[in-house]
Ligand binder design. Sequence first.
Ligand code: ZN
Ligand code: ZN
Length: 152
Amino acid sequence: MTEESSTKKTRIAEFTERCREIGLKITPQRLEIFREMIAATDHPSALMLHKRLQQRMPTISLDTVYRTLLTFEQHNLIARVNTRESLARFDALMEPHHHLICELCHGIEDIQSKSLDELQLADRVSDWGEIQKIDVVMYGVCKKCLGKKVAV
Ligand SMILES: [Zn+2]
Ligand SMILES: [Zn+2]
């Protein structure tokens, strides 16, 4: 329907290659779920993704979507956002980045920050071991929700 950008095409090519490497069968459903994941910018839950997929694939079950996302996560094709929510939220952006989470609408936005990536940590940390990944989650209230609060 819509024309896919070259980055999306590259992501799909990488996806199919990785599936072959790990011996994961590329089914039309898996491909559609991955496609929907890389199109999403809102870090969807399985439920959110299922609603979107149902418009094109009316027979797809929530369980299939959930299980597929877990399989993708397991093989590092997507990541899970560290939220306090009980509902898992997924991320197709695999480059290092951090997250801003709204406590009211549960919106999740990406944030790139060199200063966070290069965070100066207490000596206690180097005594403890070696840091391999810094994944910061900041909680607050987004502008949209702040606007609503003022209006009330
Ligand atoms: Zn909000
Ligand atoms: Zn993200």
